[in-house]
Design a protein around this ligand. Structure first.
Ligand SMILES: [Zn+2]
Length: 297
């Protein structure tokens, strides 16, 4: 699909008097992030992540969505660990589905106060604000927001020690036939950095990647979506490897030489509402552009 065609379609929708999408508030997304970070380090299975789960579930009760708690036990280097993906479905009418995912756990760093404001916090907060904005956004497809547990490795990153939540959900949705309904899946990770620069993740579906970059440009936000291509293992992969049209949006240059990543420097003062707003606004436009279209046919 060509970028220009999509823009014309968007314009036609606006002229036809279609209800405008609710504004995504970067400020509100930042406040949700702050609330998540206030629980302290939130590794999978910890008391703090259980408090955050309760907070997310309480927020979702305020919205018209159907919530599923996808509980499972992961075999990790630290032993059996209880994990929970939280899935919010905003029902549409056509049976197709569009999915936005992000992880809400933080990397376990014993003895350190690693609060993961950007890495784990920003995706949590962005998704909570997305849930609020979706209330006023008409959509024919089901829209799913998913808070994934267990993105981080417990010991050292390997194919079996990482991506616990997304691997579990991709397998579950495959068994349930859900993946056949998914038109697109976009994962967000580390998208709150004040100095936002989202890379072209190499393995991601490139048509979807180009659509997102085109829409960002059309909104005057193209400068945050870089030309640089990097391969990054993230929660989109288990879905991508099962044939889903999946994309990862990640800013993997956090502080000078990525110095804030997985350190105690990953704190709220490094984030900005504007960055969260950029990603939220682009995502809402992507959902609008892809609604009713089925790229599989
Ligand atoms: Zn991480």
């Amino acid at each position: 699909m060509h970028g220009t065609k999509i823009l014309i379609a968007l314009l036609a929708g606006a002229i036809a008097g279609r209800a405008a999408a609710a504004e995504f508030s970067g400020t509100q997304a930042l406040e949700f992030t702050r609330a998540a970070v206030a629980f302290g380090p939130r590794p999978s299975g910890s008391p703090a992540i259980r408090k955050l789960q309760a907070y997310i579930l309480a927020q979702l009760k305020l919205h018209k969505c159907v919530v599923t708690q996808d509980d499972f036990t992961a075999q990790t280097p630290a032993g059996q660990t209880p994990m929970k993906n939280i899935i919010a479905r905003f029902p549409g009418t056509t049976g197709t589905a569009m999915v936005i995912t992000g992880h809400y756990d933080t990397k376990s760093m014993p003895g350190r106060n690693f609060v993961g404001a950007n890495d784990g916090g920003s995706s949590t907060g962005l998704l909570l604000e997305m849930a609020r904005a979706l209330q006023a956004t008409p959509h024919a497809s089901d829209v799913y927001l998913v808070w994934l547990d267990g993105e981080e490795a417990v010991a050292q990153w390997t194919e079996t020690d990482s991506l616990y939540g997304s691997r579990h959900l991709a397998a579950r949705w495959s068994e349930e036939g859900m993946l056949d309904r998914v038109k697109l899946l976009i994962n967000v990770d580390m998208i709150g950095d004040k100095d936002l620069g989202i890379v072209r993740e190499q393995e991601s579906a490139q048509n979807l990647r180009m659509l997102v970059w085109d829409i960002a440009k059309s909104l005057g936000l193209g400068r945050y979506f870089l030309d640089e291509t990097t391969a990054i293992a993230d929660d989109h992969l288990p879905f991508l490897h099962r044939g889903v049209n999946a994309l990862d949006l990640i800013d993997f240059d956090y502080g000078p030489g990525n110095a804030y990543w997985h350190t105690e420097k990953d704190t709220m003062d490094k984030l900005s509402a504007d960055s969260l707003s950029v990603v939220g606004k682009v995502l809402l436009k992507v959902l609008e552009a892809m609604d009713g279209r089925d790229p599989r046919r």
